[in-house]
Design a protein around this ligand. Structure first.
Ligand code: ZN
Length: 145
């Protein structure tokens, strides 16, 4: 347990300091702004989708370390996946942070089981994922409220 907590902090800090795919996409086919007013997290997720495959995904915004790290790891996880696989990942990640799934083959994303001990942070961990789902649904804005 202590090991897992330690790994969680290490991974969150690394992705917060050096977020992957933290940029804009000029010719994005899908984009959505996500807001988590409870914490003040604002995340914009943009994707380029061609033939049902996510060929590019990136995010911008500001917020707490968890929301930023989650955005970073979400973009890494979804890059190159089909839209169907991206939806499936969203549902599995959501189940993971809410305690309905153990993580198993979710790889690095399994560190987010760490937020289960802090229910108020679950929205921080999922806002970028909600924004990704929202963008794929061709909607423009999603909020956790
Ligand atoms: Zn937050």
């Amino acid at each position: 347990m202590a090991y897992r907590e330690d790994l969680y902090k290490k991974v969150i800090l690394d992705h917060n300091k050096n977020p992957r795919n933290y940029r804009e996409i000029a010719d994005a086919t899908h984009q959505c702004d996500g807001a988590n007013p409870l914490c003040g997290d604002e995340v914009t997720v943009a994707l380029t989708v061609g033939d049902g495959v996510v060929t590019d995904i990136a995010f911008t915004g500001h917020g707490c370390a968890i929301s930023k790290a989650s955005g970073s790891m979400m973009t890494e996880a979804v890059m190159g996946k089909t839209v169907e696989e991206a939806h499936a990942l969203f549902h599995r990640f959501h189940a993971l942070v809410t305690g309905e799934e153990e993580g198993g083959d979710l790889g690095k994303l399994a560190v987010f089981t760490g937020v289960r001990s802090y229910p108020s942070r679950i929205k921080c961990a999922t806002i970028a994922w909600h924004a990704m789902q929202c963008a794929l649904a061709k909607e423009e804005r999603v909020s956790t409220e």
